[in-house]
Design a protein around this ligand. Sequence first.
Ligand SMILES: *Cc1c(COP(=O)(O)O)cnc(C)c1O
Length: 392
Amino acid sequence: MESNTAWIERELAQLKEQGLLIHFRTVESPEGPWLTVDGRKVLNLCANNYLGLAADPRLAQAAKDAIDQYGIGPAAVRTIAGTMSLHLALERRLAAFKGVEAAITFQSGFNANIAAIPALVGKDDVIFSDELNHASIIDGARLSRAEIVRFAHADPADLRRKIEETHTTGRRLIITDGVFSMDGDIAPLPEIYEVAREHNILLMVDDAHGEGVLGRGGRGIVDHFSLHGKVDIEVGTLSKAFGVVGGVVAGKPIIIDWLRQRARPFLFSSAMTVPDVAACLAAVDVLEASTERVDRLWRNAEFFRREMQRLGFDTGASQTPIVPIMLGEAPLAQQFSRRLFEEGVFAMAIGFPTVPRGKARIRVMNSAAHSQSDLEQALAVFEKVGKELAVV
Ligand SMILES: *Cc1c(COP(=O)(O)O)cnc(C)c1O
């Protein structure tokens, strides 16, 4: 008889054959602009460390001080004994930073989505979801058991059409990523808001890649488009630009109060740890003190994208510090990434199922932590490998 895991061996072999087997490397240094990876010093172009806060000494010190004062673990879910004064302080500070009345934190951005969506819609309801939304939105939507209607990517006219075609007596929710994580384009939120308003539908934006990046000093997509008070639910992460780990939902007090009653990862999974919360509070201090890091991030991203285009690379729809280098087939993207690494540049290949088949790419993540000479070095390596593999 065949072993009961033989199917896994077959699946893995097939992934390998198609160039779709995910390989990941081990980082042996702090998460800075340069990393030691698998024993080599390489330039880091694939982390979400937009502002260079992941190894910032102020965040690390805040975590240490909090450990001395409060220990480490919350020892419970938020609704039992896990809500510490630190959690409430972080929620107040995040709400103030984003210019909303209330916020609730979760253990991650992924959890924030699977918390918020099923709390807001259920079996008899409808979710209108951008077709390129993040996996955690898709999973949150599935968990809710609501009907999921996908609209064409970043297309408010298609959204309007889908809403008019979908008859329901239940509740409705529109969800879009703010910045799309694989393409680096920005959702047309003002137009989506108009559609939501016309039809009186709840509007939720997942700003994981906009938090700390878009808007004045990194206040996010709502600030970027001056839509204050108009977006009902803003989901964010503390794991990207904030440099730590955690998730947040910000919005009207009535919605946040409801999530405190009904969001399952809030009720059934332990709270964020003490050092994480303290480090996030320090990150808010850094962001509120100055826009300098956010400004540097954008200068770096715009320089890098412009120079890559000048070299002849296809940067897709990128409008943000996420710059995909479109290569097409997955094996080419994997080979490109391997050659970059050999030349001292760490940038990951991304293929199906993270992006559609035939749309494999190298995804470059810019950061305020990169110096001008880091970027010039990266460009020289991309040019060399691009020519070698006949991409440019
Ligand atoms: C990264 C990401 C998440 C998940 O955030 P984590 O804090 O890493 O769990 C959720 N939504 C979007 C759009 C993301 O890009």
